[in-house]
Design a protein around this ligand. Sequence first.
Ligand SMILES: Cc1ncc(COP(=O)(O)O)c(C=O)c1O
Length: 254
Amino acid sequence: MGKPVFYINGKFVEENEASISIMDHGFLYGDGIFEAFRAYKGRIFQFNEHMNRLYDSAKIIALNIPLSKEEFKKSTVVVYVVPLPGMKKDRSIRIIISSYQRPSACILPGSSKMTQYINLILARMEAKARGVDDALLLDTRGFVSEGPGWNIFLVKDRTVITPSIASSILVGITRNVMIRLFKELNYTVEERDVVVSELFTADEIFGTGTGTEITPVIEVNGRKIGEGKPGPVTNRIDEKFKEFKKDNGTPVYE
Ligand SMILES: Cc1ncc(COP(=O)(O)O)c(C=O)c1O
């Protein structure tokens, strides 16, 4: 395997030269943006969409990336690759509604993938302490927002509902793919404010994200959702997503 190359302040350097000042804002305060990609069989999924979000994240915090998207794509900057654990056959999760909220966009713009994840980590710790798999956070208005690393979808009859950008969500790449696939399957998709009681009356709920793909949510605050197992619409979109993944990817080595 070749040596990793690091790109720091406009220079390509080796690992032992890859250093930053201890006064650097990223080091001191954790300021920064990042992006996480997923590759299936050597092909990066939704590469352009992830690159666009990276540049949008930079714009939101007024960070100048001194490379064009094309230059960025061609050069190895820092690539940290980890195999993701295989998916469990039954990936269903039980969640609680966290006492932590997603900050409003005028406190921290959630649409930028910024490094301040402590809010989400606290929510996840709360969930683990209460003996469930994960947490769902509301926005500061009390509407449903998102989980730590995943967007949420509700299914009610043939309507698919997901919180809009107004609910302090990260606009997930997987979420956008889901919306597109549901529309192709002729479902009605509503991006809007979601109230907590809609969770309890939903037929099905699932989360979406690069790390977790599609994760059925079978219990919220101790209450069973639908039949308490992955529902037919979740299974249908999972199949459709599998097909989509096969045909959509940018080879890692072009
Ligand atoms: C806070 C948050 N919401 C949602 C998501 C899902 O986004 P994507 O589908 O782009 O992975 C992520 C991804 O890591 C996230 O960090």
